[in-house]
Design a protein around this ligand. Structure first.
Ligand code: NAP
Length: 258
């Protein structure tokens, strides 16, 4: 019984390289730090300089590479891949985390609010996955893709039509890509966060009535924290999840169980 047989070793990410979109704050930041704690080097793709994340990853003794890009357009993707490979030599894990939300009644919702959200949340997610999967295949060792979905991958929501469309799309596209790529050693899965305390939910949390309504429906009795993402992200990024394909795991304090 060598260490090789210890189940905890299958969670280790030593020597791996993860590319994470939108890791300057919120859930993406916690995922970056969590993966680094598991031994992974991090390539962060952000539109602003992710100074705090870079500092936290470096303090763990892991490499942090910053790539600046505006993910509202897919034109930036080839440049991201070439910079990532030039800096780290390879990519093992992709986390499609960057996402936005626009809240307006469906009757007043604009085409701009539709397109902006769909571009970042689903179009870029698909083409980033395509570009990184081509790299995985070129490298010949498979890889891991983790998409960040939402409760609105399962539910309709209210006043967020493009967000619901995009996140419902994330769940479907995660399944489709898993079907096509599982045999190539590429695991594609997603995490659906529940109500988490980040910028994304500022507006909801500042409305005391909505805040209390939501809190009252969460079986765990609290909003989620970014750190709640760490364990599930490390699991889906690691060998421990090698036989999980096309599944979306809710990290929601039980919200969907009700
Ligand atoms: P957040 O704090 O608003 O973080 C979103 C991240 O995406 C930020 O790093 C943001 O960068 C980046 N981003 C947005 N648009 C971008 C663009 N055009 N180009 C490059 N980067 C862009 O919210 P969060 O809660 O951590 O969200 C992370 C993911 O979780 C999103 O996909 C979100 O939909 C999902 N999610 C969140 C919750 C929740 O309750 N918080 C629930 C379900 C799903 P900037 O800082 O530069 O804007």
């Amino acid at each position: 019984m060598g260490l090789k047989n210890n189940v905890l070793d299958s969670f280790a990410l030593t020597g791996k390289v993860a590319l994470i979109t939108g890791c300057n704050t919120g859930l993406g930041q916690a995922i970056a730090v969590g993966l680094a704690e598991a031994g992974c080097d991090i390539i962060g793709v952000n539109r602003s300089e992710p100074e705090q994340t870079a500092q936290q990853v470096s303090a763990l003794g892991r490499k942090f590479v910053s790539i600046r890009a505006e993910l509202g357009s897919v034109a930036v993707i080839p440049g991201i891949i070439s910079q990532a490979v030039a800096a780290c030599g390879k990519i093992d894990i992709l986390v499609n985390n960057a996402g936005i939300i626009r809240r307006t009644d469906a009757l007043d919702f604009t085409e701009q609010d539709w397109d902006d959200v769909m571009n970042v949340n689903i179009k870029t997610l698909f083409f980033m996955s395509q570009a990184v999967a081509r790299e995985f295949i070129r490298q010949g060792e498979g890889g891991k893709i983790i998409n960040i979905a939402s409760l609105l991958s399962y539910q309709g929501g209210i006043r967020v039509p493009s967000y619901t469309a995009s996140k419902s799309g994330v769940l479907g596209v995660t399944r489709l890509l898993a079907n096509e790529w599982a045999a190539k050693g590429i695991n594609v899965n997603a995490i659906a966060p529940g109500y988490m305390a980040t910028n994304n939910t500022d507006q909801l949390r500042s409305d005391e009535q909505r805040h209390q309504e939501i809190l009252g429906r969460i079986p765990a009795g609290r909003w989620g924290e970014p750190d709640d993402m760490k364990g599930p992200a490390v699991f889906l990024a690691s060998r421990a999840s090698d036989y999980i394909n096309g599944y979306t795991i809710a990290v929601d304090g039980g919200w969907l169980a009700r």
